[in-house]
Write a protein that binds this ligand. Structure first.
Ligand code: SF4
Length: 429
């Protein structure tokens, strides 16, 4: 059990701890960054995401967001045709025309993201310049930003990172010396509201979020801004925030009872809240979370788990499952390892867990088959073949579509891992 006092001790231990990391490069099995639009468009309610891509990109968006049917969706694909690819048409003119049509039809759009893709990168379409040009054309009406969701050398959560990083340059400057807190990372409203309420109960009034629900509510940032990352994959966003003078707080990510306690306590300490006030506020929800987790621990305790690299949530989730659910973590694969942002979760992983960065999918499949884990967390492309081989799998993308942060969601998070095991037991019974 972690207490507020433990946080400093763990942070110090991590500075001197050296954990061997297996680094691999080879064929990878991951989705691209366009996938993030599925949850980003729900969050920023007056934004529109225009993917500049191919029919493949349009199909991906349709199937990834296929569960939701909107009369007026807030994302679309401007399809680059064969003439464009061959350099026979001026893609910029086409893009301007599509944007004009869109904004005439949808006056509610206040922020337009031009989202780059593999095809737009291959033809070297300069979306940054296009966004600047369109921003000038629609000044005082619509802001136009760009980011890349391309699948070339990236993984699917990097789409959110790129999107949020593009917003940072537009954030206003906070007055010098003003202490404030910023939670960075796209959270479901229910989880975000709970975390904000807890900070409010501690007396921390100035807590902003990135992204805000309305694009016009971009928070101010400056040297007094303390940033709590809510997602572990925000490398570029964190860098952009630091360049604006903010401080990124080192802590565990808010998964499970203990991760959430560390995260809240670190934020509160940075804002000068006394530990006894923090403890008084977090004790009741932490107790509820522990009770909810106990119900699932019976099923998860002692079961082995293997993570393929996919969402970049792997290390904090492995920490949660090992320390709070007593699971046996065999391997934790992550597409990229940001040691600084993950130092606290990494330091808490059991020494027996192999941490691997990058992927050579055939080698990793061999290791997985050899160790025969009770549960394998992987992308959709690997899940079916592994299930056919008798392994029980969990789709990692589900962890992005479900509210899993904070105390009140801790039981649901554990349930996401317990459910496939239960399903397998029922099939075998
Ligand atoms: S961005 Fe690239 S990887 Fe993603 S759907 Fe389009 S072509 Fe495929």
């Amino acid at each position: 059990m972690a207490t507020i006092g433990d946080i400093t001790a763990i942070a110090q231990a991590d500075k001197i701890g050296q954990r061997p990391i297996l680094r691999e490069r080879g064929q990878r099995e991951v989705f691209c960054g366009l996938t993030g639009i599925v949850w980003l468009h729900r969050k920023i309610q007056d934004a529109f995401f225009l993917v500049v891509g191919s029919r493949t990109c349009a199909h991906l968006m349709q199937s990834a967001a296929g569960v939701m049917v909107f009369a007026e969706p807030r994302f679309a694909t401007a399809i680059i045709g064969e003439r464009d690819l061959a350099g026979l048409a001026d893609v910029n003119e086409e893009l301007d025309r599509v944007v004009e049509q869109l904004l005439q039809r949808r006056p509610d759009i206040k922020l337009l993201f031009l989202v780059g893709s593999c095809p737009s990168e291959v033809i070297k379409l300069d979306l940054k310049r296009a966004a600047q040009r369109l921003s000038r054309n629609y000044v005082n009406k619509v802001r136009v930003l760009n980011y890349s969701g391309s699948g070339i050398e990236t993984t699917f959560t990097q789409g959110e990172d790129a999107c949020l990083a593009s917003l940072v340059a537009d954030m206003p400057s906070a007055p010098a010396g003003e202490l404030s807190m910023l939670i960075a990372g796209c959270l479901p409203d229910v989880a975000e509201d709970q975390l904000l309420r807890l900070f409010g109960a501690m007396g921390v009034a100035r807590v902003a979020v990135l992204p805000a629900r309305r694009s016009t509510d971009l928070p101010a940032i400056g040297a007094g801004t303390k940033v709590l990352l809510a997602q572990p994959f925000l490398t570029d966003t964190a860098k952009a925030l630091e360049e604006r003078g903010a401080t990124i707080l080192a802590t565990s990510f808010p998964f499970g009872a203990e991760g959430t306690s560390d995260w809240l306590a670190t934020g509160a300490a940075a804002m000068g809240v006394r530990p006894e006030i923090v403890e008084a506020v977090i004790a009741p929800p932490r107790a509820r979370a522990r009770t909810a987790l106990a119900a699932h621990r019976r099923r998860l305790c002692g079961r082995s788990i293997f993570f393929f690299p996919d969402s970049q949530l792997e290390i904090p989730l492995a920490r949660f499952l090992a320390n709070e659910m007593s699971m046996d973590v065999l391997e934790v694969g992550t597409p990229y390892l940001n040691r600084r942002q993950l130092q606290s979760d990494l330091a808490r992983l059991p020494g027996s867990a192999l941490v691997s960065e990058g992927q050579d999918v055939e080698k990793q499949l061999d290791r997985c088959r050899k160790s025969r884990p009770d549960l394998t967390v992987c992308g959709l492309g690997l899940a079916n073949p592994l299930e056919a081989e008798g392994l029980t799998t969990k789709w990692s993308i589900e962890l992005l579509f479900s509210p899993i942060h904070g105390y009140e969601q801790a039981g649901d998070l554990a349930e996401l891992f317990a459910r496939p095991l239960r399903r397998r037991e029922m099939l075998e019974a």
